[in-house]
Design a protein around this ligand. Structure first.
Ligand code: ZN
Length: 341
């Protein structure tokens, strides 16, 4: 099979011919039909999420199962599946309790700690393949499995938003953020989108944001969010960027009892005053990806058209480098997508 292999974190992927994988016990092999590409992969490529080289990256995947290993009964050849990103144990208290992204025996990420899908085939534990519902395209299923399900978990379980809420999304024009706008609208919230360019803010507005903040055009994002809510502040703020500075703005923008949730993995430390938390019962927390159940729910919602994939760029998987370039220059609008032969 053809595969794009990373040997050096500073150098381009190498297109290689590799033997087709065959599943061991408990595993399955999928022919990859679609992949999504976003900022997580930039972090992963730099080694910020661990893992070793050489590596075939790519975790936001969908395709068709071609072979299953010994003992696999839940899926079979011919099934269309999306890939679950995390390698979890299935046995610890968090896995059994339906919060498997907190797994005590976490074994890492597809495409970081184990070869992923920037290749024609991917071999993974059978539990990492989730059947795609009728009516959902491969590309939409791939995007569901990271760019959308992350928002479903965040909005429902962590930000806990409702129809009476105003929510600030920092990085709303990015690949995860623009789907966050749509998911927040499902809960009926009023969305204030913040991002670094007018192009990204236009995109967020097109998908439902009522108000926008260009972070490069204002002195203080939190103050602007406060102004847009009549001085009250927002009921929830989600930070897709995750720098100390952006998350501090998220916390400072909150109304009484507001929730600040960080999703992005950036650098630096956020600041907050503990006495303000006491006085206002603000909640400062994080949101970690999505469970399998939430991923299935996400695909079902998307199959009904409740959330649509927003693809800003589409290239053959052998040209994935061009999407990384667009991500680095902050010019990609929405998600990048890969096509396969
Ligand atoms: Zn576990």
């Amino acid at each position: 099979m053809k595969a794009m292999v990373l040997y050096d974190r500073e150098k381009p992927f190498r297109l290689e011919e590799r033997p087709d994988p065959h599943p061991g016990p408990g595993e399955a092999v999928m022919r990859v039909r679609a992949a999504g590409v976003g900022l997580t992969l930039v972090n992963m490529r730099l080694g910020r999420m661990g893992g070793s080289l050489p590596r075939v990256m790519g975790h936001e995947l969908a395709g068709e199962i071609v072979e299953t290993g010994e003992g696999v009964t839940a899926i079979s050849a011919g099934d269309r599946c999306a890939v679950y990103f995390y390698l979890t144990c299935g046995r610890c208290r968090w896995c059994r309790g339906g919060r498997e992204t907190l797994c005590e025996n976490f074994a890492g990420y597809v495409g970081g700690h184990r070869d992923g899908g920037f290749a024609e085939y991917v071999c993974l534990p059978a539990e990492n393949f989730l059947p795609i519902p009728e009516g959902l395209s491969d590309e939409a299923a791939a995007v569901a499995a990271d760019a959308v399900n992350t928002n479903w978990h965040c909005m429902r379980e962590r930000a806990r938003i409702g129809p009476d809420d105003a929510i600030l999304l920092i990085g709303a024009g990015g690949g995860v953020g623009v789907h966050g706008v749509q998911v927040a609208k499902l809960f009926g919230a009023r969305v204030i989108a913040a991002d670094v360019s007018d192009e990204k803010l236009d995109l967020a507005r097109r998908w439902g944001a009522e108000e926008t903040i260009n972070v490069r055009a204002v002195d203080d994002v939190a103050e602007e969010a406060r102004r847009l809510t009549g001085g009250r502040g927002v009921d929830a703020a989600v930070d897709y960027v995750g720098h100390g500075e952006t998350f501090t703005a998220a916390i400072d923008s909150l109304a009484t009892s507001g929730r600040a949730v960080v999703i992005g993995v950036g650098t630096g430390e956020a600041r907050f005053d503990p006495t303000v938390l006491v006085r206002t019962e603000r909640i400062v927390t994080g949101s970690r990806h999505s469970t399998r159940a939430e991923t299935i729910e996400t695909m079902e919602m998307m199959a009904r058209g409740a959330v649509e994939p927003v693809i800003g760029m589409r290239v053959p998987f052998t040209e994935v480098e061009t999407i990384f370039d667009a991500l680095k220059s902050e010019t990609l609008l929405g998600r990048g997508a890969l096509t396969y032969p």
